[in-house]
Design a protein around this ligand. Structure first.
Ligand SMILES: Nc1ncnc2c1ncn2[C@@H]1O[C@H](COP(=O)(O)OP(=O)(O)OP(=O)(O)O)[C@@H](O)[C@H]1O
Length: 806
């Protein structure tokens, strides 16, 4: 908003306020006649009486102008941030002003004659409107630029922080590495949260997304909400019907009328109960179906993500999103809508009837409403933050459980049970503290809410009784009023969330649904997240011979973007050949394999399979042609059969037997009681390391791949198994391209070509004999070094020579 326009708006507010307040004083006589004398009369301080003088409205107007002036001065002194934090005072002043105006109206009513003065309504109306609108005017005119600036600054500093983290740069004064790594870990922990905050959808769009998720079950929700409407109507007519019939029966002194009245009442109540039951079933069905769909959708979205996403987000946290967060969307939002509809209906249905019974009583009853509104708004803001924190804390606790349980053997062997217990306790304590804050806050809020209603109750009985005793309200009207007041109380007091409608009606902050929004943001963020590397874009299904080419490939892991692992690597792996990658640890051998597997995409350069860039090849087709046996193969908890046939829809037992023989699996499976139906246990925990690796080799071979990648595939095998598997692999290698990463000379020396990977580059290339000729080369030094240590090993163990480069 332009400064000039803002100034103009404030000026309009000022001029309107002063002119309406003063002009309305000219109408303080019966009929619509402007009388200048009335204005002067109002300023006769000597004749001031609270019950008759409109001077209080002028004082209110003065106070408004003073507070506006203070706000302008604060802003001009450049302390707008401070003003933002003081806005609560303006809100409270606004509400107090409103209450003073309303009480003043009731005071005028006490005179009996003054209510025919149009000026009274003008003064009250303008005082209520202008007092209320002042905090809004300050917020949305004077403070709006400030908001943008703060947001911009925050984004700037966040992006600066991000850049620092990405660059791996330390703060200017260089803090200790421990704290650095703590910060790094925390940032990794909060990866989704951070990314999600950066790409945070505006509230309206976000709500629309939630609606869309729930809206798929619109038929069930429509049925539920239709029944809700019927229920609301019945709820609304019931008190009027009841009080009407009761008073008629009492007036007529007729028991028959009373019986008829009770029968009608019973029918209404039975209909209400039936509606409620059917509505509950529809609602529950729709909610659970929505939860199911969100879970499935979220799981699909997670499966679709690139591998770097999993580097950044921990399993436990993702589990939390699927189990807890996705359910809270389906559970909460439809219920909020239901409660809100009910409340709105009750409020807007009851209010006219209550005003009809007595406008004075209604005005006094609703006098505390703005206070409740204000409390709800601030309560909502805190709840949103607490709820996000609570969800994150839950996710961190879950993540600890997941991590510890999946590595329980490591924990046991390092006697780290106590340490892990303490870690979990710490994380759970963090959750506990936040959730207790939430509970305390909620309890206080409920207490406040109940107190407000209790005050209103007292006002209704006292003031209602007073009006009735004065003959200004009929006893039946008071009875009807009390019934509606109770109903309204019951409806609005279902829970503090029910107050959400107030926020919908009066504020852009939908704070009370923030609990849902807090959790749903993460769910929706993941569901909308477009993977940087989409495995489904490739469509080509070429015949594969098995020629892999790396062309100037540069790569850094997304989590460490500035630390290049591969520096413009060029490598050609010819079809049908076995190529071994050797080199010092941490120099990029496994990274090369990850790129061939399309876990990541290079920052620059290309990887070609038979001349086709690999990302253009259909995902399924590609992975039937290229199979990997990883360093630490992961088995699934199913049977050995299921593990070998994993991902093969039409695999037969014959296929399985064939590859099992080749990978030397059959040899140990045939000795097992349940054979191929033996369960492997979680992550293959019921298998030995060698058995796991042989099953993994069989799993790769069953695809009959053109390219077989062995990332230290035989490292866990004993000497005997290794030679058997090696022999099998050699047989397979005849028809295939084999890329092998090995630390053992026995595996490496038989390769057709050996590529030495050093600092992300190919520094030497050739077969064993070629490379041994270069005595300055790394390969020669490695072999020489290892052959020396081999002598020692041989002496010590007198075993088959196993030469590890490292
Ligand atoms: N997921 C990852 N995220 C970030 N950095 C990684 C990741 N995986 C590996 N790195 C880093 O990349 C570098 C190369 O790792 P890589 O696993 O390719 O080495 P390697 O040559 O296969 O080592 P080794 O022989 O010990 O298996 C290392 O510095 C490692 O810390």
């Amino acid at each position: 908003m332009r400064p000039l326009f803002r100034k103009l708006l404030m000026l309009i507010h000022f001029v309107l306020d002063v002119s309406i307040t003063i002009c309305s004083l000219g109408f303080y006589s019966p009929g619509w006649h402007f009388n200048l004398d009335d204005i002067f009369k109002a300023f006769h301080f000597a004749h001031y009486s609270y019950w008759t003088s409109p001077l209080d409205y002028v004082v209110l107007c003065l106070l408004r102008q003073v507070s506006l002036l203070i706000a302008i001065i604060i802003i001009r002194r450049g302390k707008s941030k401070k003003l933002r934090s003081w806005m609560l005072i303006y809100d409270i002043l606004g509400i107090l002003g409103y209450m003073v105006a309303v009480v003043k109206l009731l005071a005028f009513d006490e005179t009996g004659t003054m209510m025919s003065y149009p000026g009274i309504y003008m003064s009250t109306g303008s005082a209520v409107f202008l007092t209320f609108s002042l905090p809004f005017a300050i917020r949305y005119t004077l403070l709006i630029k400030e908001t943008e600036e703060v947001g911009y600054e925050r984004l700037q500093s966040e992006s600066r922080e991000n850049t620092n983290v990405e660059n791996g740069s330390t703060p200017a004064n260089g803090t200790a590495s421990a704290s650095e790594s703590n910060t790094e870990n925390k940032e990794e922990d909060d990866a989704v949260t951070k990314e999600e905050k950066e790409k945070r959808l505006p509230l309206s769009k976000h709500l629309w997304q939630i609606m869309k998720l729930c809206g798929k079950q619109w038929k069930w929700f429509t049925a539920a909400y239709s029944l809700l409407l019927i229920d609301c109507i019945l709820n609304l007519v019931e008190p009027a019907l009841y009080s009407q019939m009761m008073s008629t029966a009492i007036q007529m002194k007729s028991f028959d009328v009373l019986k008829r009245a009770c029968l009608i009442l019973a029918i209404v109540q039975f209909s209400e109960a039936t509606c409620n039951t059917v509505r509950y079933i529809c609602m529950q069905y729709a909610e659970r179906l929505t939860a199911r769909n969100i879970r499935v959708g979220l799981f699909k979205a997670i499966l679709h993500q690139d591998i770097s996403f999993f580097d950044e987000n921990k399993t436990g946290q993702l589990m939390s999103r699927i189990t807890h967060d996705s359910e809270s969307i389906s559970n909460s939002l439809p219920v909020y809508i239901e409660t809100t509809t009910n409340n709105l209906f009750m409020l807007f249905g009851s209010a006219p009837i209550m005003f009809y019974c007595s406008w004075q009583l209604s005005v006094s009853t609703f006098i505390t409403f703005p206070i409740t509104l204000l409390m709800t708004k601030y309560y909502g803001l805190i709840v949103e933050k607490l709820s996000e924190k609570e969800n994150d804390a839950t996710a961190v606790s879950n993540e600890t459980v997941e991590e510890v349980l999946s590595a329980i053997r490591t924990v046991r062997s390092f006697a780290a049970e106590k340490m892990e217990y303490m870690r979990y306790t710490r994380n759970t304590d963090a959750w506990f503290k936040i959730s207790i804050k939430s509970v305390v806050l909620g309890t206080f809020y409920n207490y406040f809410w109940a107190t407000m209603w209790n005050i209103e109750d007292v006002v209704v009985y006292l003031y209602g009784g007073y009006l009735t005793l004065q003959g200004r309200m009929a006893p039946e009207s008071l009875l009807t009023y009390v019934f509606y007041h109770w109903r309204l109380h019951a409806a609005l007091n279902v829970s503090y969330f029910s107050l959400v409608f107030l926020q919908l009606a009066f504020s852009s902050l939908f704070s009370d649904v923030m609990k849902t929004i807090g959790s749903s943001r993460k769910v929706i963020h993941i569901m909308n997240r477009i993977p940087e590397l989409d495995y489904e874009v490739g469509t080509e299904t070429p015949e594969v011979v098995g020629n892999i080419i790396f062309e100037d490939v540069e790569f850094a892991y997304p989590t460490r973007k500035t630390a290049n692992v591969l520096n413009g690597i060029n490598l050609s792996i010819e079809p049908g050949k076995t190529v071994a990658l050797v080199g010092p640890s941490g120099n990029g051998k496994s990274t090369l394999v990850s790129l061939i597997q399309q876990f990541y995409s290079p920052q620059s350069g290309r990887i070609l399979l038979d001349g086709t860039p690999i990302q253009q090849i259909d995902h399924h087709h590609y992975h039937t042609k290229i199979a990997l046996v990883a360093q630490e193969p992961t088995l699934f908890s199913g049977t050995i059969r299921e593990n070998i046939l994993y991902g093969i829809e039409d695999g037969t037992d014959d296929d399985m037997m064939r590859v099992s023989e080749m990978a030397n699996v059959h040899e140990f499976v045939s000795k097992m009681e349940k054979g191929y139906d033996t369960k492997c246990g979680e992550k293959g925990v019921q298998m030995s390391g060698g058995q796991k690796q042989r099953i993994a080799i069989a799993r790769a071979l069953i695809r009959n791949p053109r390219v077989l990648i062995l990332d230290e595939a035989t490292s866990a095998l004993d000497a005997e198994s290794e030679s058997m598997v090696q022999e099998a692999l050699n047989r397979c290698a005849k028809e295939r391209t084999v890329l092998v990463i090995a630390h053992r000379l026995s595996t490496v020396r038989s390769a057709d070509r050996i590529a030495v990977i050093e600092k992300g580059n190919v520094t030497e290339m050739g077969n064993h004999d070629d490379l041994m000729k270069n005595q300055d080369g790394l390969y020669y030094k490695l072999v020489h070094k290892q052959l020396n240590s081999l002598g020692t090993k041989k002496d010590e163990e007198d075993e088959k020579p196993i030469v590890d480069f490292f």
